[in-house]
Design a binder for this molecule. Sequence first.
Ligand code: PMP
Length: 503
Amino acid sequence: RMEKLPKEETVSLRNKHIASCVELFFIDDPLKIVRGAGQYMFDEAENKYLDCINNVAHVGHCHPHVVKCASEQMSLLETNSRFLHDNLVIYGKRITKYVPKELKICFFTNSGSESNDLAMRIARKVTGNHDVLVLDHAYHGHLTSLVCISPYKFAHPSGDGKKEWVHVVPVPDSYRGKYRSPDYSEEELSDLYFQEMVKVVEEAEQNGRKISLFYAESLQSCGGQIIYPKDYLKKCYHYLQSKGIFCLADEVQSGFFRTGSHMWGFQTQSEDIVPDFVTIGKSMGNGHPVSCLITKKSIAQKFGEKGLKYFNTYGGNPVSMACANAVLDVIENENLQSKVIEVSNFMLDELEKLKQKHEIIGDIRGYGYFIGIDLVKSKKTREPAIELARLILKLMRDAFILLSLDGPYSNVLKIKPPLCFNQANAEQLISTLDKTISDLRLKARFIPQADPSQLPLTRISNLPNRRLNHLCIYELFLRLAKQNPDVQTKPFFPLLLQLSSVI
Ligand code: PMP
């Protein structure tokens, strides 16, 4: 048995000792995963889930080569990073081969947040400027400095709001943004959104603000899997760099061939852009906490100019670097990149067909294994289908497929599987999603449209199957909860489950 405790006890201990705000997937009925292999995760009852969202187990859960390299190094030496070690310098040499030649210097840290925070510290020191430019809806990490520059967090109703040193540029989202496709061509969208950035920068300058650094994910994740119009980043980088503002490509989610065609997301925008900083993490260690900030020699030299030292106890330790090297070995030896391209092309084509078939699918966007399905109430209005998105997520889980939701309205189903996700997995995902949405459509007439009191329980109990009952009750419950926001909904869940199983 891989469990140390029965699930109820795990839940009870968690409720006792872990803050309730610490995030869990499927908060109302969390999964207890006890082992992983390749693209699959297994719960305590040995149920096998297809993992379509694990952008950490990049080359597959517990990849044997990564496990072997990590455990061999673990049994040889693990220490802080104040000693010479081959794993670290070898990785530095290998990873800088993948970035533009100007970027030669690595700072190793333990998380994407640490790398993004370090970039802010360096940029402020080197430019002498304090302010930061970001895209709307962005998320760059959990440290205080990064929550301040992440609209995803600070603009939340319980967030602390925007600081005066943060400047937010509208995200070039051609589906929900200010300028949309098909009203404008891709080239026009790229120009229009670039002009929006210029406006924000000019306004900041007129107010006497001095910007040090521009952060952008190269494809935006938390904002709803946004793919920018071609050349948008190139225009931004050229403009900002000509003003002495540094540009940071946050590749924490989009790096390591997630896009299939390119190692880094920014390369999908254009081959000839050169960020001043690239931050990588998550997939870098296949789940082991290791991250890196890559920058130019001139910048690193200025940062350390007056003898200031950088030290990070675990950053670049031998075991972390063994994991990171092993991930690169797998990427280089298992030809994962071309498989991603092949399967993703199939998946995007099939999803496009589902979009034609189902009113609820408003937009399909993606690059490689970075795919978003924007769920809407109506294709015409593009109004987000928030509750249905939650329902679909749950039904997919019932079918042993793990997905998650993102975007400002939490209505974008995201698909970000490990790179070993294969053609058969893609087929299973597509057919299950198709069936789930078709079932919903078939039964949609039973789902109350307005006042939940108009749906008597006796009518629900006459419905054809149990799952449908479950669905209707769930939907009814969501509506009641929405109409009575001050009522604590969580305690009702056991009752809800009971009810759905008896009728
Ligand atoms: N940048 C991006 C784009 C991220 O998605 C995340 C984590 N979700 C981070 C930075 C922060 O990384 P970490 O959680 O490893 O600190």
